[in-house]
Design a protein around this ligand. Structure first.
Ligand code: ARG
Length: 597
C-alpha cells in the first residue's frame, strides 16, 4: 500500500499546485512536502493529508482548501478522495490495492520488502561494521550471549536486506587475568592426569569454564591464588613459552566450543578479532593526541582526557607505567578495524552496563577527528534472566547456552510426541532443534533491546502464543495448503493471464482478505524502521500480526473449497504471498522455517 500512499500524495500535491496557479499564488508543492496520516476511523478513509500547512499561503481555512483540492482531482482507480474537515482523505479501492500489492509480491519474490516505494533500497551506500557476541575465552556462552548474538545477527540481516553492506565482527577477549585463572586451575587439578575435554567427555568450552569455577572455589581458601594468576599474566606478557603453550591449548578448546554453539544458532562472522592481537594498539594514537593537545599528562606521567565537554569528569588513557587500559585498547581496535574495512558506521552490541564506556569511547574518537566517528552506535541491551533468578558466572550458576537449547529441544520433542506427529514431521529431533532455535530467538528478539527481560522457556515454546513456534506453525500450515493444491493440480493466480489475474484479485474483498493484504503491504516500512532503530522487535511483532491475520482469513475464507475456481486461484495466491513475507521475515529474526510441523 505504500505505493498507493505515494500515488495519493502525488495527486494531492499536483492538485494543490494547480489550485495555487488559479489563484495566482507562486507555489509548487511536492509529494514529499505533505504529511501522511492514518484517519482515526477506517470509515473516514485509509489515508489523511492535513491542509493546515497551506492556510497561510492560500489565505483560506484548511477545510475550504481541502474541498477545492478534492474537486481538482480526477477520478482514479486508486480510490476515492474526500474532503473531511481540514483533511483530504483517501479511501483506497480494495480491488486496486489487492492487485497492486499481490502483483508486487509476485514480481519481486524474495526481494519483496527490500525496496522503498521510490524503487531504491533505503540503506544503499551505508557500510556498517557490526560487532557482537565478544565472548571471553574462560567460559562457554551463556544466556546473555544468546541475546547479544540474536540482536547482532538479526540487525545485520535486516540492514543488509535494506541495502546496507554489512561486515560482522567479533571481539574475542582471550587474554587477561580471568583467562589465567582457568589456566591455573587446569595446572592445579588436571595437568597431572593429562585431562582433556575428550577424555572427560565434555564439550571443550565447558571444560575451560569448569576450570574457571574450580579456580574461584579454590581461591576462597587459598587467597594467594589471585596473586598467582597475576604472576601468570605477567609471564604470559613476557612471552613465557610454557604458559603460551597452555594458553594456546585452552583457547582452542574455548573457541572451538563457542564456534559449535554459533553453528547451532545460525550466527556467523566475517572476521574474528582477538584481543591478544589488538590490546597493544591504541597507545601511539593516545601519544599523538597528547602531542596535539587533545589530552593532558598528570605529574605522575599518566595520560588523561578531560570530559567536561560531555559533562563527565575525566578518564585515564595511559597508566603512569605507560600501559594501556580497556579504553585505550578499544580506540586502537576501532582504528585498526577501519583500516581493515572502511565502514561509515560502526555498531557495538554490548550490554547496558557499558554505556559509560562507549559514551567516552565515541567522544574520544570524535575528538581525534576520524571522519567515520560521527556514526558510532552502542546497541545497548538489558539483562536476561530465567524465572528462577539471577545468574552468577563465578559460582557456576550461569545459564549455559547449550544446556538451555538442549532443554528447549527436549521440550519441543515431547510436544511433537504428545501430538502424535513424530512420523509426519520427518526427522523429529532435527525439527525439534529448529523449533527450539525459533522459540529462543523469537522470545529474545520480541523484547525491546534496552529492556531487562526474563526468558521463560515454557512460554517460548507455546505453539499458539506470541512465539516463534506459532510463526513456524503458520508457515507449515500454509505450506501444507500449497502442497495439497499442487496434488490436486490447482494453480494459483500467478499462472493466469494478466487480465484473468486482475479479475481474480478483484474478488478478494472480504474483510479478512483486505486486512491480510494491508498487513502484507507494510513489510518494507517495518523492516526499514527495524534497520534504522536497530530493533528487530518490530519485525517480530509484525510477523505475529501476519500470522494472526492469515489465521483469521483462513478461518473465514475457505481456500481450496471456495465457490469457484477463480476465487480459489486468487486466495491460493494470497496464501502464497503471505508465505513469501513470513518466510523472509522469519529468516531476518533467526526463526527457522519449517515445511511440516
Ligand atoms: N568482552 C567484553 C565483555 O565481556 C565485551 C567487549 C565489548 N566490545 C568492545 N569493543 N569493547 O564485557
Amino acid at each position: 500500500m505504500s505505493d498507493l500512499r505515494t500515488q495519493s500524495a502525488v495527486l494531492t500535491a499536483k492538485a494543490l499546485t494547480e489550485f495555487a496557479k488559479t489563484k495566482n499564488i507562486d507555489l509548487s508543492i511536492e509529494a514529499s512536502d505533505l504529511t501522511l496520516e492514518t484517519p482515526p476511523k477506517t470509515e473516514m478513509g485509509d489515508l489523511g493529508i492535513p491542509m493546515f500547512p497551506f492556510a497561510k499561503d492560500f489565505r483560506m481555512g484548511p477545510p475550504a482548501i481541502s474541498k477545492e483540492v478534492v474537486s481538482l482531482i480526477k477520478p482514479t482507480n486508486i480510490g476515492t478522495f474526500i474532503a473531511v474537515g481540514p483533511y483530504v482523505n483517501i479511501k483506497f479501492n480494495k480491488e486496486t490495492v489487492a492487485e497492486t500489492i499481490l502483483e508486487k509480491i509476485i514480481s519481486e519474490g524474495d526481494d519483496y520488502g527490500k525496496k522503498a516505494p521510490d524503487g531504491i533500497s533505503a540503506l544503499n551506500g551505508r557500510r556498517v561494521m557490526i560487532e557482537f557476541s565478544s565472548p571471553n575465552t574462560n567460559k562457554p556462552l551463556h544466556l546473555g550471549h544468546l541475546r547479544n548474538d540474536a540482536l547482532g545477527e538479526s540487525c545485520a540481516r535486516i540492514m543488509k536486506n535494506q541495502g546496507a553492506e554489512v561486515f560482522k565482527v567479533n571481539n574475542i577477549n582471550n587474554r587477561g587475568v580471568h583467562i589465567c585463572k582457568s589456566m591455573l586451575a587446569y595446572k592445579l587439578f588436571h595437568e597431572k592426569n593429562g585431562d582433556t575435554p575428550e577424555k572427560l567427555g565434555l564439550k571443550s568450552d565447558r571444560f575451560v569454564g569448569d576450570c574457571y569455577v574450580e579456580f574461584n572455589n579454590y581461591s576462597k581458601t587459598h587467597p594467594e591464588a589471585e596473586q598467582e594468576a597475576q604472576n601468570m599474566l605477567l609471564a604470559w606478557e613476557k612471552g613465557d613459552k610454557k604458559i603460551h603453550a597452555l594458553w594456546e591449548k585452552m583457547n582452542q578448546w574455548a573457541i572451538g566450543g563457542v564456534k559449535k554453539t554459533y553453528a547451532r544458532t545460525g550466527v556467523s562472522f566475517d572476521k574474528l578479532y582477538y584481543e591478544s592481537e589488538t590490546y597493544l594498539k591504541g597507545k601511539e594514537i593516545i601519544l599523538k593526541g597528547l602531542e596535539n593537545g587533545l589530552f593532558y599528562k598528570e605529574k605522575d606521567g599518566s595520560v588523561w582526557v578531560d570530559l567536561g565537554e560531555i559533562k563527565l569528569d575525566k578518564k585515564v588513557l595511559l597508566r603512569k607505567d605507560g600501559t594501556a587500559l580497556y579504553m585505550t585498547q578499544d580506540i586502537g581496535l576501532a582504528v585498526t578495524r577501519h583500516n581493515d574495512w572502511d565502514f561509515n558506521q560502526l555498531v557495538y552490541v554490548v550490554g547496558s552496563e557499558q554505556i559509560y564506556h562507549f559514551t567516552v569511547l565515541f567522544y574520544i574518537l570524535q575528538k581525534l577527528g576520524f571522519d567515520w566517528a560521527k556514526r558510532l552506535y552502542h546497541l545497548s541491551y538489558g539483562m536476561v534472566n530465567l524465572p528462577e533468578g539471577k545468574m552468577k558466572s563465578r559460582e557456576g550458576t550461569v545459564v549455559d547456552a547449550d544446556d538451555l537449547i538442549d532443554e528447549l529441544r527436549n521440550g519441543a520433542l515431547e510436544e511433537i510426541k504428545a501430538k502424535g506427529r513424530e512420523k509426519c514431521v520427518g526427522d523429529a529431533p532435527v525439527v525439534a532443534e529448529k523449533i527450539a532455535i525459533g522459540a529462543l530467538h523469537y522470545f529474545l528478539l520480541q523484547n525491546t533491546p534496552t529492556k531487562d527481560m526474563i526468558f521463560n522457556p515454557k512460554e517460548s515454546l507455546s505453539f499458539n502464543g506470541n512465539t516463534g513456534p506459532y510463526l513456524q506453525y503458520m508457515g507449515a500450515r500454509i505450506s501444507s495448503i500449497l502442497r495439497k493444491a499442487k496434488e490436486q493440480g490447482i494453480q494459483s493466480a500467478r499462472s493466469l493471464s494478466e487480465e484473468e489475474r486482475k479479475s481474480a484479485f478483484s474478488l478478494l474483498t472480504d474483510k479478512t482478505e483486505w486486512e491480510l493484504i494491508k498487513t502484507l503491504s507494510d513489510f518494507q516500512k517495518v523492516l526499514l524502521k527495524a534497520a534504522e532503530n536497530f530493533d528487530p522487535s518490530c519485525v517480530a511483532s509484525y510477523l505475529h500480526d501476519v500470522a494472526k491475520s492469515f489465521s483469521r482469513f483462513y478461518h473465514d475464507c475457505p481456500i481450496l473449497a471456495a465457490e469457484n475456481s477463480v476465487l480459489i486461484s486468487a486466495r491460493l495466491e494470497l496464501a502464497k504471498c503471505t508465505l513469501t513475507v513470513l518466510k523472509n521475515g522469519m529468516n531476518l529474526i533467526l526463526v527457522p522455517f519449517l515445511e511440516t510441523m
